[in-house]
Design a protein around this ligand. Sequence first.
Ligand code: ZN
Length: 358
Amino acid sequence: MSKLRDDLYQRLHGFQPLKRSYKKQGQSDWYYLDPRGASTVGSMKQIDVSNENAINPQINNILADDMAKNPNDYYIWRTRQDDKVRSKHAEREGKIFNKHIPPVDGNPGEDYNCRCWAEPYKPQKVEKLGITAKVDLSGLPQYAENDKSGIKSDATFLKADINDKELLELMANNLLETEKMKNYIYLDKFGHITSGVGALLDDEKAFKSVPWMIGNRLATKNEVDAAYNMFVYKRFAKDKRGKYIYHNRLAESFINDSPLRVSKEYMIHKMMKHLQEDLKRAKSKREDFDTYPVPLKLIVLDFYYNKGSFYNQPGLPQALNERNAKLFQEKMMRNMEDRDKWTKKQFTLIPKSFWNSY
Ligand SMILES: [Zn+2]
C-alpha cells in the first residue's frame, strides 16, 4: 500500500481534513468529507472544522459505518506473544487497525524484523467475543505529535495525487450514480438500442455478444434473436406523418418489452473497459493530461464517455489552453444536458490556481 494511496483513502473516508483553496462566506479553512451514503466525492457532505488539528466530530459514526461496509479494510493486530515482541507492538496485540491508517512503523510485518501478523477482521466474530470494536487511529497525522507534513491543502490533493485506477473508480462511481444502471433493453432518445450503463447495442454482433440472462439462466439464441428483431423494428418504426414512434420515450417504458437482462457484473465490466479506452484516448490526445486537477480529468473523461470525445467540443480545448475558467464553464454548459449536475459540481472543485483568468 503506497503512502499516497493511504493519504487519498484517509481524505476520501473522512479520516483526514482537507484545506479549502478558496472559501465562501461562513466556510472555514478546513473540512472533512463525509462518505456516508455518498458514492461520489462530489456528492459527499462537508464537515467544517475550526483548524487542521481538529478531529472529525463524526469520526465514530463514520468509523462504524465504514467497518460495517468495508470489513476487509480492517484487521486485528496479532503478535507472537513471546518475550521477543518489541513493547510497542505488544501494546497493539488484539487492537483493531485500518490498513490504510497504519501506525508510524507500518502494518504488521512491515517494520524491520517484525514477526507480527494481521488477523482478518470479522465483525460477527468480534461481536461474539464481546470485544468493543475500537479502531486504533494513532497513524493519523493529527494524532502524531510533531509531524504535520502529511497534511496538504486540497489544491495539492486534487492536482495529480491519484493514479489511473483510482481515477477510473471515481468515474465509474459517477456513472453508476448518474446513469442509474439499467439492466434491461431500451431505445435512447435518438433511437439507439441501449442497455447497461449507456452501452450501444445497435450493432447486431455487439447485441448478440452480450451474455443476456432471463432470470438465473442464459437466454437462448432464439430468445436473443427475437429481442434484437423487435428492437430493430421499434428503432425504425414511423407513424403516418413519418415521425419515429419509439424515440424520445422514457427508458422505463421499455422494461416489459423483453425479458432479457444483463448482470450487474457484466455492466460494470463493460463500463470499466469503456472507461479504460476513454482514458487512453484522452491521454494520447494531450500530454499534459496527467497534470490536470482530478475534477478536470473527470470532466474530460465524462465527455469522452458520453460524447465520444472532449477535444472536438466547440470552444472547450481553446478555453483549456488559455486556462480561462469563465470561457471553459460557458462552453462546457453549452455542450451538456441536464443530467450533468455532477459535471458542474466537478467544475467548482477545480482549484482556482489552475486557471490564468477566473
Ligand atoms: Zn512486530
